[in-house]
Design a protein around this ligand. Structure first.
Ligand SMILES: [Zn+2]
Ligand SMILES: [Zn+2]
Length: 289
C-alpha cells in the first residue's frame, strides 16, 4: 500500500433527529499519516474508534459551521485527546474554523468542563487540554486554510450558503492521489460546484426537499429545508462540476430501506448527474484515486 493512499470515511451521516445507526455529521480523510476530521457531530469519537482512529492521531479537525449536529462532539474529541496525551505524547488539538461564530464556539467549548479539568489535573494530568484554534475569514473564493508539514496535503475553504446560519464553509482536501470536497451544510450553490471541479469525490449534504414539499408545507420543516441541498438541484450542480463520484450524507429524511435509498439516487439522476452515486452509511469508506 502506498503511503499516499487517500481514503474518505463517513463518521456520521445523520442529522439532529436521532436515527439508529447514524451518528452526527462528520467525514474523516486519511492520506498517509495525515488524518483530518471534518465536523464532529454526535458520537464522532466512537465512529473514529470503530475505523481504528483515536483523537490523539488526528492532524487537525475542521468545522464547517456551528449547528449543534456538527460540533456537539468536538469537546469530546478534545477531552479524549487530552486524557490520552500522557500515553501518546501528542500535541495540541488543531481546530481550523471560520472566524465568527465557529471560532467563538471552539474557544469556549471546554469552559463547562472547568471543574472536571481541574480535578483531573490534581490527580493525573500535568497540564490543561490544549486546543489551537486556527480561524480564517470565510471567503467567496477558495482560500488555503491548512497544509501538512510536508505540504503533501492542502485544505482550502470557501464560503457557502446556509443562511441564516453565518460563517458556513465547504472544504476541499488536495492529496497526492486526488482531491475530495466536503460541502458541510448548504443550499446547492455554485461555490461548491466550482470547488469540486477536478476533485475525485464530492461529499455533499442531501435533502429531498422537492419530494417532500407537499408534506412539509406550512410546517417548520419548510423553512429548514430551504437552507439545505435539494437532491434534484444537487444532481444538476454535480453534473456541471464534472465530479465523477458524489457521496450523499446528512440525509433528510434518513432512508430506512432500499426503496428510500433508491429515491435519493433517483432524484440526483433526474437532475442530470451521470457519475457514481453513493447514498452514505456510517463508516462507508471510499478510496480517492
Ligand atoms: Zn446539519
Ligand atoms: Zn447546519
Amino acid at each position: 500500500m502506498s503511503t499516499s493512499r487517500t481514503t474518505v470515511t463517513l463518521t456520521g451521516t445523520g442529522v439532529p433527529h436521532p436515527e439508529v445507526g447514524r451518528a452526527g455529521a462528520g467525514v474523516c480523510v486519511r492520506s498517509g499519516d495525515t488524518i483530518l476530521q471534518f465536523d464532529a457531530g454526535r458520537a464522532t469519537v466512537m465512529r473514529l474508534k470503530e475505523m481504528g482512529v483515536t483523537p490523539h492521531q488526528l492532524s487537525a479537525v475542521f468545522v464547517t459551521h456551528v449547528h449543534s449536529d456538527h460540533v456537539v462532539d468536538l469537546a469530546d474529541v478534545a477531552l479524549t485527546r487530552w486524557i490520552q496525551q500522557e500515553m501518546y505524547r501528542c500535541g495540541p488539538l488543531t481546530v481550523v474554523c471560520p472566524s465568527g461564530k465557529p471560532e467563538r464556539f471552539a474557544r469556549r467549548m471546554l469552559e463547562p468542563f472547568d471543574d472536571d479539568i481541574a480535578l483531573r489535573m490534581e490527580h493525573v494530568q500535568p497540564a490543561p487540554p490544549r486546543v489551537d484554534v486556527v480561524a480564517f475569514d470565510p471567503s467567496p473564493t477558495p482560500r488555503e486554510v491548512w497544509r501538512s508539514e510536508d505540504s503533501s496535503v492542502v485544505v482550502t475553504a470557501v464560503a457557502v450558503h446556509h443562511e441564516p446560519v453565518p460563517d458556513a464553509v465547504a472544504y476541499r482536501v488536495d492529496t497526492p492521489s486526488g482531491a475530495v470536497v466536503i460541502s458541510g451544510d448548504t443550499r446547492v450553490c455554485a461555490e461548491v460546484g466550482s470547488l469540486a471541479r477536478g476533485a475525485a469525490i464530492l461529499v455533499h449534504e442531501a435533502c429531498r426537499s422537492r419530494a417532500m414539499a407537499e408534506a412539509t408545507k406550512g410546517t417548520p420543516f419548510e423553512a429548514i429545508f430551504e437552507y439545505h441541498a435539494d437532491t434534484v438541484a444537487l444532481g444538476e450542480m454535480a453534473a456541471q462540476s464534472g465530479v465523477p463520484h458524489l457521496v450523499l450524507t446528512h440525509l433528510i429524511p434518513a432512508p430506512r430501506n432500499d426503496k428510500d435509498v433508491a429515491s435519493f439516487a433517483d432524484d440526483v439522476r433526474s437532475g442530470g448527474y451521470q457519475g457514481t452515486i453513493s447514498v452514505g452509511r456510517d463508516l462507508d469508506e471510499f478510496v480517492v484515486s
